[in-house]
Design a protein around this ligand. Structure first.
Ligand SMILES: C[C@](O)(CO)[C@H](O)COP(=O)(O)OP(=O)(O)OC[C@H]1O[C@@H](n2ccc(N)nc2=O)[C@H](O)[C@@H]1O
Ligand SMILES: Nc1ncnc2c1ncn2[C@@H]1O[C@H](COP(=O)(O)OP(=O)(O)OP(=O)(O)O)[C@@H](O)[C@H]1O
Length: 284
């Protein structure tokens, strides 16, 4: 039997860091949602007790370093599954982009293997397993829109933001999440974005308010290290996006656009100097 799972990309509508924790991670407050740019996982049971990963993308690890492999290994160990699995990753989400591509693959593997092996693991337990793999994985298990606190693993679902176009642009640089958090200094912040304000904006269903409330404190690090990310933000705004922000630790920048008539102009304007541009919708 073959089963399929979609692994959508996430964006952070808001990312605040409250301080450093004793375990080396940072205490965060984030509002995350999904967009319809997705990897697709194909999973098939193998008679031998082994995990095999393949992908058309030549630039990701296919061994134990792959987060989908780690998800399969974890679920097999924890639930004593002695069967094997072949997982093909049809990658569409850019790698190391701030869009949680690897985390979403891990979450989709957890959901998929739960079905494939008839394990009946409740979603809450899948999220706990996910937290062992990475801070973004629990949110990728549930999807939707949520406030994420702790190191990102404590989730409270909220309404979806108003539907709009999302233009994603990834400059050709690789950003390490650990490096960005490592350089972040909370005492250098002039102000914090308001998660409560963003929740209200979403509750009102107000696209304009959502655009006004966007904020990501990790921009203080990534934009300083890579001025091209700041330039990309300026270009998107100049081309007419209604709200613009860097996602996660970057370097992908997203623009929110309400009018379809503006989308082609922004896309074409960006493509003049940035190769990786995607036009997608919020997953609502
Ligand atoms: C930037 C975001 O993607 C925003 O959604 C997340 O906060 C990071 O999520 P992630 O990539 O799943 O992060 P993990 O794989 O758990 O951690 C990668 C590294 O980022 C740093 N890290 C991550 C999350 C967090 N709350 N504090 C941290 O300091 C740690 O140095 C960690 O070693
Ligand atoms: N299934 C996978 N897909 C993509 N990258 C993976 C995968 N498994 C492991 N990796 C590795 O994880 C690293 C980060 O890739 P990923 O695309 O998840 O980053 P990201 O979008 O910045 O994630 P986040 O937003 O959660 O920080 C890469 O260096 C990549 O080699």
């Amino acid at each position: 039997m073959k089963i399929y799972e979609k692994a959508p990309a996430k964006i952070n509508l808001l990312l605040d860091v409250l301080g450093k924790r004793n375990d080396g991670f940072h205490e965060v407050e984030m509002i995350m949602t999904m967009v319809d740019l997705a990897d697709r996982l194909e999973m098939e049971e193998l008679p031998r007790d082994t995990i095999i990963i393949s992908s058309q993308a030549g630039y990701i690890p296919l061994d134990e370093k792959n987060l989908a492999f780690q998800a399969a290994k974890l679920i097999k160990e924890r639930y004593q599954v002695r069967k094997g699995v072949y997982i093909h990753l049809d990658k569409h989400i850019p790698v190391a982009a701030g869009l949680a591509g690897g985390s979403s693959d891990a979450a989709a593997a957890l959901r998929g293997l739960n079905r494939l092996w008839g394990l009946h693991i409740p979603e809450k337990e899948l999220c706990e397993l996910g937290a062992e793999l990475g801070s973004d994985v629990p949110f990728c298990v549930t999807g939707g829109t949520a406030i994420a606190t702790g190191r990102g693993e404590k989730l409270e679902p909220i309404d979806n933001p108003p539907q709009c176009w999302v233009i994603l642009a990834k400059p050709p640089i690789n950003v390490s999440t650990a490096d960005v958090y490592g350089r972040f200094r909370v005492d250098e912040l002039k102000s914090h974005p308001s998660a409560a304000g963003m929740v209200e904006a979403i509750r009102h269903g107000s696209f304009t308010e959502v655009c006004d409330r966007l904020g990501n404190v990790l921009e203080t690090v990534t934009l300083r290290l890579y001025p091209e990310v700041a330039q990309l933000k300026e270009s998107m705004l100049r081309l007419g996006a209604d709200g613009v922000l860097m996602s996660g630790s970057g370097p992908t920048v997203f623009g929110l656009v309400s009018k379809e008539s503006k989308v082609a102009r922004i896309y074409n304007g960006l493509r003049g100097f940035c190769k990786e541009v995607y036009v997608v919708r919020m997953l609502t």
